[in-house]
Write a protein that binds this ligand. Structure first.
Ligand code: GLA
Length: 381
């Protein structure tokens, strides 16, 4: 059964009628550019084929009722003050809140969700949920909200309603990615460029390895990284670390007393440049050559930003030893997934190599699959 069929079935079971439409929004991986988004920098995510589907229809009101195939029972809310709805439904209530805050009249609705985006794997299952809810509500209500303005609203739901201090990458990826391309996003101007990323034509694949590492300290550590970056920008007298160039890095570092803060800055400045270099190579069709940039990004996350864990380091090393062109952790860190750029016919060998390394370390077995860039949020039916 597809995710769309599940969502439509859940809608019928819960509400006894047919949905008016089905809207899908994908999870994402980030090819390169980690923790750069909230520093006004650059990111390069692409959409996964896995997605959240919202089966939705207007309701007589008042309020909104939501249910899903991944949790028991329906949740109804009329008041949308931040924090009022907890758990998974809070992401949807947050989207309704953000739309109303922006002055939109959100139509009362009933929605049923289904998803095959892995949860807790760092591939943005919550952004996919927000983006599916947002797209469904905008289209159901005929709201005049241009696609380019949607990610910021979904991000507000996450930042203010749910209370997670994340940047704008995940919602942008879920809403603005296109099939066969990676999304080059300038997180300051919110300008995007769709970068051709035809792995199959080059005989390549991106192997996604879910480390299955337990997500620990994620929220606190994420917030601490963000705070250190903002504090460094304040000391340096720039609006954001995006404004420190590689040429100005040494001078900037010399003005920071704190050794840890210096390394955080070093990661952000070099990572922004790696995104720009990756985009240049992809524009020139030289996909294989982005491998070393991916691996350098991983080393920077491991040594300077300190957001990796043993499981992801071991997966990167094993993939490289098995012949990957490059490998790196993707997402916020402290677990989650590793991306390896490999020859398309080496997926099984690479997976087996990572599995062997995990067994040697006594880690829970990883899960791996090959991904091609899928489409962003859209109406399915
Ligand atoms: C999480 C956040 C994003 C971004 C990444 C790290 O996925 O939601 O905004 O900061 O971490 O690149």
């Amino acid at each position: 059964m597809t995710v769309a069929t599940s969502a439509a079935g859940a809608f019928r079971d819960a509400y006894g009628t047919e949905p008016e439409g089905l809207w899908a929004a994908p999870g994402r991986v980030n090819l390169i550019g980690e923790h750069t988004d909230y520093n006004d920098g650059f990111v390069l995510p692409f959409a996964l084929p896995q997605h959240v589907v919202a089966a939705a229809a207007p309701a007589d009101g008042p309020g909104w009722t939501v249910c899903s195939t991944f949790a028991e029972g329906a949740v109804t809310f009329t008041d949308t003050e931040p924090g009022g709805v907890e758990g998974w439904a809070g992401y949807v209530a947050g989207v309704v809140w953000a739309l109303r805050e922006a002055g939109f009249e959100v139509p009362p609705a009933r929605i049923a969700f289904a998803s095959d985006v892995p949860v807790g794997a760092g591939v943005s299952s919550s952004a996919a949920l927000e983006s599916a809810a947002l797209t469904a509500l905008v289209e159901l209500g005929g709201l005049d909200l241009p696609v380019a303005d949607r990610p910021a609203l979904a991000q507000r739901a996450e930042n203010v309603y749910v209370g997670a201090p994340t940047g704008i990458m995940d919602q942008s990826a879920s809403i603005r990615c296109t099939e066969g391309r990676a999304l080059f996003l300038d997180c300051r101007s919110l300008q995007v460029e769709q970068i051709p990323f035809d792995l199959a034509a080059a005989g390549l694949a991106i192997l996604i390895v879910n480390s299955n590492a337990p997500h620990q300290h994620v929220d606190g550590e994420y917030g601490a990284r963000r705070k250190a970056c903002e504090e460094a920008a304040r000391i340096l007298g720039v609006p954001a670390l995006r404004d420190v160039t590689p040429a100005g890095l040494e001078a900037a570092l010399a003005r920071l007393d704190d050794e840890v803060m210096r390394r955080r800055v070093q990661h952000i400045v070099t990572e922004n440049q790696r995104v720009l270099d990756t985009v240049e190579l992809l524009r020139a069709g030289r996909i294989r050559q982005i491998g070393p940039l991916m691996t350098a990004s991983h080393a920077s996350m491991r040594d300077d930003f300190e957001i990796t864990v043993g499981q992801v380091d071991v997966a990167v090393e094993a993939a490289l030893a098995a012949g990957a062109y490059g490998a790196r952790m993707t997402g916020g860190g402290f677990g989650g997934c590793v991306l390896a750029l490999i020859d398309a016919d080496r997926a099984d060998e690479t997976t087996a190599a990572v599995e062997r390394a995990y067994a040697e370390h006594g880690y829970t077995a990883p899960t791996a699959w090959s991904a091609v860039p899928g489409p962003g949020a859209a109406r399915l039916a």
